[in-house]
Write a protein that binds this ligand. Structure first.
Ligand SMILES: Nc1ncnc2c1ncn2[C@@H]1O[C@H](COP(=O)(O)OP(=O)(O)O)[C@@H](O)[C@H]1O
Ligand SMILES: [Mg+2]
Length: 1004
């Protein structure tokens, strides 16, 4: 509806080309950066206009300064009109059904909704995947998200997710102001895929000639004086928006435009904002009072608004009938019970209906009589004609640019501004579904503190109830940040915030804020305890930082003496021995405390939760009574909440039984756990189960395709850093078995060695065992011994020796290799004593293996052979075929030292088992020994699948070449000479028909 035509695009040729290039070469991620008014929107529009029409879908979404709850609003907004581009619902990826509630516009076009999940993080991840799948289904598309600087955390997370792995046909274009302080708006997590085009287009101000072209186009003149142009350039800093507004505010006819001094007279010597204000004031001066009132109303409303609202807010108070003012919605009776009264201590989330203050019989602004309404409508029309206001989609009116809105707003005198905000509150409160965030904003600006706090709290709760946690957090955070918030209102808001955080989304800011709040002293003891408990849980779980979270939980427990239910949960979580540096005895004491508190409370869900922790406590420590405790879990309880705790218990039991080597039992717990988790919608335990299943498969020798399974599960684990450690551990161990040292080290660190004190102790212990083995394999015996020493010390402090199965045998070998026989022997004794009487078959097998290693180091080969033989049988019975092969190799080594001819058979069998598993490095080691003792070992011919006619050895070589290893490195890993490796590489190149080693892809 703009009457003033936009000037043609000035300059920006390079930027435009870059942008079009990226958009037409998806997948692409483009960030258009630059200050307000620099021309970001304009550039993007210009690029879109130049795309061949119908070439690809153009999806537009906007972030706003103020918004009402609508999770991922800017993206969903962009997805509204894609119906015509989608294949039939039954051909869409079923996960897309998760978007039904978010996209009512597409209702019939989407697959059915899946079952809801109990965990907000899992739910969110599913929504993200669904959005990606939907965008993939749309085909070639450009998703434009405007004004990222106003995006909420949820939307940013979503965009990071999409930018991390965009669908093939998608180009994501975001515009964003740059303040130079914060990091990249798509975050550090913004790691693009190698095949994703990724560009940042940074817009800088126009130069003098650009300013001249722009002004010339606006004034339809090509003869502007150089002095005028120079001055204009200086004054406007080359910002196109300011140039435009300034030029439009100049007297319509010469001499103004020819006369540099006139420009000087027209503008102030101050900076751009003031200049803009003057320019806007100039344009306002040309409007009738009614039109100016409409413009000011639009500025006060900040968001584009409909005619009714603009008229109501713009109405001159003096002209209003008393009806509107006397019935204004912020009167104490107008809203329900205070959201921050005692009821705020109830559930963190209340239904939006309970907060709905609509239908209270307020006189709407329509009752203000025909006078102001009529003149308001005329005023609005005039403002539109003059191009000061613009029509936005949906019959709403606002400014063309936020800078203009700000400039007009700043120029309204304080008292008038306040009165306008009061009118805005009244008018908004009278609507069918009053927008609570806006109400809170206007109340704040009107200086009505009570209404502000009330609406703000209600807005946050409503947002949380609608699943928009990011907004909920933002609203509360904004209030807490405001120095005008009365102290008495802080406590309840902090508590509310801590509960939002416990749902797991948007945790980073919350953690910072809660910490800050806890340093102050305005919270009561009980509230403090709960806030701190929530903080500790968020740190431990969502942030994956147990070292930071556990001390908070401990401190909270001291404050929660009057809140037994919360305290029981706190103690039960502290009691899990897998975490923290405390000894088992301390954990046992905490477990007992939790149980004592539960005994006094009649709370079945809590009892089930504590019993669940007790069961896995017993199982993971190899306690003989573990199965009896597990049998007491109320799996058939009629209450879903209780069964959900049992689901968690079974999934944890799968994990603990796997750790101690009870694989059949683990599988049973896993099956039951999965069934219950599905039935009760418990997503997090199911994910834990998936991850520990990968570990069980590694242990029990199901290595076929395991690397891919672990890696792909790891990709969806971004929300659950704690659970993913199992996956990294397995990836590390698999890399170790194929001699990929760097990869193995990297994965072991991810699995917990990067911060061993803060991670899951059994997993860290296993990772340390892997690293010790790795050092030994590379001959780095001192590093091996040092790593072993540190890991053993951690295990000793914890006192749960049954977790040492993966660590103790290599540790003993490492100590022996550096000549510390005493240390090795003491460790074996200590381990034996530590696992005595424990139900932990993996640990007992490992004790035999450790004794074998010690005997071998002492050159007692007959003893060594016997111990290794026992270990081999014990491992085979578990089953742990890889560990069994290691024991068999040890046994064969001892027999070889004894001069026993049967040694060759042992090495050959071990090599075969390794080969079958895919432990190529281990297999090569055995074959080298066989070669050394003059036994020829033909390798099986041909590959398992793919890779044409490569022999097994060639496949191994090809794989390492594809990983970028040099011939020298390959020779080391496969125990061959470099010469032999060269021959193999040549054969591989010939067979694959490629010319250089960089073209060799890893065999499947
Ligand atoms: N290169 C340009 N040529 C002509 N006009 C421009 C140019 N860049 C920006 N403008 C004008 O300046 C104003 C502000 O631009 P806009 O794209 O809305 O800024 P941003 O999105 O960066 O805040 C718009 O009216 C736009 O038409
Ligand atoms: Mg813009």
């Amino acid at each position: 509806m703009s009457i003033v035509p936009p000037p043609p695009l000035v300059g920006r040729a390079t930027e435009l080309r870059t942008l079009i290039d990226a958009v037409t070469r998806p997948p692409a991620v483009v960030l258009v950066e630059g200050e307000a008014g620099i021309g970001k929107t304009r550039l993007v529009r210009a690029a879109l206009d130049r795309l061949p029409s119908g070439d690809r879908a153009v999806l537009l979404g906007y972030c706003h300064q103020i918004r009402e709850p609508f999770p991922y609003g800017p993206v969903f907004e962009a997805l509204r009109d894609i119906r015509g581009r989608l294949p039939a619902a039954h051909r869409l990826n079923p996960v897309i059904g998760a978007l039904r509630d978010h996209l009512p516009e597409l209702d019939g076009a989407l697959p059915p909704s899946p079952q809801p999940l109990d965990d907000p993080r899992a739910e969110r991840h599913r929504v993200f995947r669904a959005i990606r799948a939907l965008l993939a289904a749309v085909g070639p598309a450009v998703l434009v998200v405007e004004d990222l600087h106003w995006a909420d955390d949820g939307t940013l997370d979503l965009l990071r997710f999409l930018a991390g792995q965009p669908p093939q046909g998608l180009a994501v274009v975001a515009t964003c102001r740059r303040d130079g302080v914060t990091g990249p708006p798509l975050g550090r997590a913004y790691r693009h895929q190698p095949d994703t085009t990724s560009v940042v287009v940074r817009l800088t101000p126009l130069d003098a000639s650009g300013v001249a072209s722009l002004a010339g186009a606006l004034l339809e003149r090509s003869d502007l004086s150089p002095g005028f142009v120079t001055r204009l350039h200086e004054r406007t800093a080359g910002i196109p928006f300011v140039v435009e507004e300034l030029v439009r505010s100049l007297p319509a006819s010469p001499p103004g435009t020819d006369d540099p001094d006139a420009l000087d007279r027209a503008v102030d010597r101050a900076g751009v904002p003031l200049l803009l204000r003057e320019a806007m004031a100039e344009r306002m001066a040309g409007l009738s009072p009614a039109a100016a009132a409409a413009v000011r109303a639009a500025a006060v409303l900040r968001l584009p608004a409909d005619e009714r609202l603009i008229t109501a807010v713009g109405a001159d108070p003096a002209a209003l009938s008393s009806a509107v003012l006397s019935s204004s919605a912020f009167g104490p009776s107008a809203l329900g019970p205070s959201a921050l009264g005692p009821s705020a201590l109830g559930p963190a989330v209340v239904s939006p209906a309970a907060l709905d203050p609509a239908g209270q019989g307020l006189a709407g602004p329509d009752s203000t009589g025909p006078g102001p309404v009529a003149s308001g409508a005329a005023g609005l029309a005039e403002a539109l004609r003059a191009g000061v206001l613009h029509e936005h989609p949906g019959g709403r009116y606002g400014f063309r640019h936020a800078l203009a809105q700000q400039a007009v707003y700043d120029a309204i005198p304080g008292p008038e501004r306040r009165a306008a905000h009061v009118r805005a509150m009244a008018a908004l409160a009278a609507t069918d579904a009053p927008p609570l965030v806006q109400l809170a904003f206007h109340a704040r600006q009107a200086g009505d503190t009570d209404a502000w706090v009330r609406h703000g709290a209600a807005a946050a709760q409503q947002a949380a109830a609608l699943g928009d946690t990011a907004l909920a957090v933002e609203v509360v955070e904004g209030m807490l940040d405001d120095p005008d918030l009365p102290v008495r209102n802080r406590g309840p808001l902090v508590l509310m915030l801590s509960r939002f955080a416990a749902t797991g989304l948007s945790h980073q800011r919350v953690v910072r804020l809660l910490r800050q709040v806890l340093r102050g002293d305005f919270l009561s003891r009980g509230v403090r305890g709960e806030v701190r408990l929530n903080l500790g849980v968020v740190l431990s779980n969502q942030a994956g930082d147990a070292a930071a979270g556990r001390p908070e939980i401990m401190a909270a427990l001291a404050e929660l003496t009057d809140r037994p239910t919360l305290a029981a949960r706190g103690w039960a979580s502290m009691a899990m021995p897998e975490w923290g540096a405390e000894s088992l005895a301390e954990h046992a004491e905490w477990m007992a405390r939790a149980e004592a508190l539960v005994a006094t409370a009649d709370n079945p869900e809590l009892s089930a939760a504590v019993l669940a922790n007790r069961a896995s406590f017993e199982m993971t420590t190899g306690s003989p009574g573990a199965f009896d405790v597990a049998a007491r879990l109320p799996a058939d309880d009629p209450r879903t909440g209780v069964r959900r705790e049992v689901a968690r218990a079974y999934c944890n039991l799968h994990d603990s039984a796997t750790t101690v080597g009870l694989y059949a039992a683990a599988e049973r717990f896993g099956r039951e756990g999965r069934r219950l988790a599905l039935e009760t919608g418990a997503q997090y335990p199911a994910f834990l189960l998936d991850a520990s299943t990968i570990r069980r498969e590694w242990l029990t020798g199901r290595w076929d395709g395991l690397r891919d399974r672990a890696a792909s599960l790891g990709e969806s684990a971004t929300e659950t850093p704690l659970v993913a450690v199992d996956l990294w551990l397995v990836l590390g161990l698999l890399a170790l078995a194929t001699g990929e040292w760097e990869e193995a080290v990297r994965q072991f660190h991810r699995a917990g060695l990067d911060a061993p004190e803060a991670r899951n102790v059994p997993v860290v212990t296993a990772a340390a065992g892997g690293l010790v083995d790795l050092h030994l394999a590379r001959g780095a015996v001192n590093e091996a011994a040092a790593e072993a020493e540190a890991a053993v010390a951690r295990l000793r402090r914890k006192g749960v020796w049954v977790w040492g199965a993966g660590l103790v045998p290599p540790a003993v070998a490492a100590f022996a290799r550096v000549g510390r026989m005493e240390t090795a022997a003491e460790l074996v004794d200590e381990y034996a004593a530590g696992i005595a009487g424990r139900v932990a078959p993996a640990a007992h097998a490992a004790l035999d293996a450790a004794q074998g290693a010690l005997a071998a180091a002492r050159l007692r080969h007959a003893d060594a052979a016997a111990f290794f033989a026992r270990a081999r049988e014990a491992y085979a019975a578990l089953p742990q075929p890889y560990a069994a092969a290691r024991a068999a190799e040890g046994e064969a080594g001892a027999r070889l030292a004894l001069g026993d001819r049967a040694a060759a058979t042992g090495f050959r069998e071990a090599a075969e088992t390794y080969g079958m598993l895919g432990a190529t490095h281990d297999a090569a080691r055995c074959r080298r020994v066989l070669r050394d003792i003059g036994v020829d070992v033909p390798l099986p011919r041909g590959g398992r699948r793919g890779a044409g006619t490569l022999s097994q050895r060639e496949r191994e070589v090809a794989r390492l070449v594809a990983l970028g290893r040099t011939n020298r490195e390959i020779a080391d890993v496969l125990f061959l000479s470099t010469r032999t490796v060269e021959t193999h590489v040549a054969t591989v190149l010939r067979k694959l028909g490629v010319r250089s080693r960089t073209q060799i892809a890893p065999p499947a």
